[in-house]
Design a protein around this ligand. Structure first.
Ligand SMILES: Nc1ncnc2c1ncn2[C@@H]1O[C@H](COP(=O)(O)OP(=O)(O)OP(=O)(O)O)[C@@H](O)[C@H]1O
Ligand SMILES: [Mg+2]
Length: 256
């Protein structure tokens, strides 16, 4: 009889999509009986399990949808290696108030100094706060917009992107952007202006942005909007990749 009742309660919990509670209920009932647990402790424990499970699931879902090329976090960032970066400033950004203020974050600097690592780390923090994020390289974003234009769905796509509170645009500057690309990128920037945050990385300083876009008027207009409410992090210093390579070379030399 008790078993039947237990199954009924589990089935009802599942109807309410409380799968974790349903699964853990028998164990919790046993522990409660063994330890003479107060009813409120029992209920609190079970509900907290469900909340933790749902939170983890939501974060995993956000991380999958963001399509990060790899997951990077601030814990693994060695601030002592890159003295030009203010750890305080990055930790301040990691509290994500820039998202509420619809500000942008721009990482500038030469190859290998940690721009993408920091950009993704802020993106992961954003997912952990259960905001949606999308990761693009400049190239994949322009490809995406170009195919939407060809399908006559550009407005829909811009609206979809505007609904996402944080979009990462990585690697502006490595590949030159033709007139159509510049025009589409301009429309993307304009549609998000003061509506959502962009985390952008570039190997080129703002003064060289004219060289990236085939249209210098659009380049100026893009930069004007992007930098209006922006936290700009200028990174100077040596490539971390080079440091890794140097360490490997030293190891090889020692082994010979
Ligand atoms: N300070 C750091 N501490 C730990 N790892 C770092 C640091 N800086 C860079 N890295 C690592 O070095 C590699 C290169 O960094 P990243 O890709 O962020 O460079 P980048 O500035 O985006 O370079 P590029 O302009 O070539 O894209 C990555 O594996 C990254 O995790
Ligand atoms: Mg990079």
């Amino acid at each position: 009889m008790a078993n039947l009742q237990l199954h009924q309660v589990q089935a009802n919990l599942e109807k309410l999509k409380m799968y974790r509670m349903a699964k853990l209920l028998p164990d919790y009932l046993k522990t409660a009986a063994d330890r003479n647990l107060p009813h409120l402790d029992f209920t609190e424990g079970l509900i907290e399990e469900e909340i933790a499970f749902k939170t983890e699931k939501a974060i995993k879902h956000k991380l999958r949808r963001a399509k990060f090329p790899q997951v990077k976090t601030l814990d693994t960032f060695d601030f002592s290696f890159q003295a030009s970066i203010s750890k305080k400033k990055i930790l301040e950004l990691a509290n994500l108030s820039f998202i509420d203020r619809k500000e942008n974050v721009i990482f500038l600097g030469p190859p290998g100094v940690g721009k993408t690592h920091l950009g993704i780390s802020l993106g992961v923090k954003t997912c952990e706060a259960k905001y949606p994020v999308l990761f693009f390289t400049a190239n994949t974003l322009i490809q995406d917009l170009t195919s939407s234009l060809a399908d006559r769905t550009l407005d829909d796509e811009l609206r979809r992107l505007t609904r996402c509170p944080v979009i990462i645009v990585d690697e502006i500057g490595y590949l030159s952007i033709d007139k159509l690309g510049a025009s589409l990128f301009f429309q993307f920037i304009t549609s998000r202006y003061e509506k959502g945050s962009i985390i952008l990385t570039s190997n080129k300083s703002f003064s060289s942005w004219g060289q990236i876009f085939a249209d210098s008027v659009l380049a100026t207009a893009i930069l004007d909007r992007l930098s209006h409410h922006a936290n700009v992090i200028n990174i100077k210093g040596e490539s971390y990749r080079l440091k890794d390579r140097k360490r490997e070379l030293l190891k090889e030399e020692k082994e010979q």
